[in-house]
Design a protein around this ligand. Structure first.
Ligand code: C2G
Length: 130
């Protein structure tokens, strides 16, 4: 059995998120998703997410292709998470290209192309100005 792991904030879920999760799921038999905590999101992006971590976890957990979700507390814990979940493949969008290559010793690291022109930031901007 091949376990795939991926990470993200998944705040205001959109088709870019769904596509990367579907493509990640196709690479294995089981998909595990680390959802960034509210604290990590604030540290990373300088703003609170629209949806709380509990809500984001609930949304992602209910997607057909997702088997397991957990809270990602720190970007520095990737190796621990890969080991804990016995992941064979780590998948990230290519905005992270190269960033997790150091995990090549314990899993395969795959970067998938992002869906162009869709982002939560653009969505928030759109909603705020129309
Ligand atoms: N994504 C995508 N296309 C978009 C937007 C996002 O393919 N138009 C992908 C990202 O590349 C990522 C996933 O969807 O693989 C989740 O995106 P974000 O919620 O923006 O995740 P991020 O904040 O980058 O968190 O440890 C890493 C972080 O937790 C990743």
């Amino acid at each position: 059995e091949t376990t795939v792991i991926t990470f993200g904030t998944f705040d205001v879920l959109h088709v870019g998120h769904v596509r990367v999760l579907n493509r990640a799921a196709e690479l294995g038999d089981r998909l595990v998703v680390g959802v960034s905590s509210d604290a990590l999101n604030l540290a990373k992006k300088g703003r609170n997410p629209v949806f709380s971590q509990q809500e984001r976890l609930e949304i992602v957990a209910n997607l057909k292709v997702v088997d397991t979700v957990f809270v990602e507390e720190s970007l520095e814990l990737k190796r621990e998470y890969v080991e804990q979940h016995a992941a064979d493949i780590l998948v990230m969008g290519d905005d992270w290209a190269g960033k997790f290559d150091f995990l090549n010793d314990i899993c395969k690291v795959v970067y998938l192309p992002r869906t162009p022109s869709i982002s939560t930031t653009a969505l928030i901007e759109h909603i705020a100005t129309t």
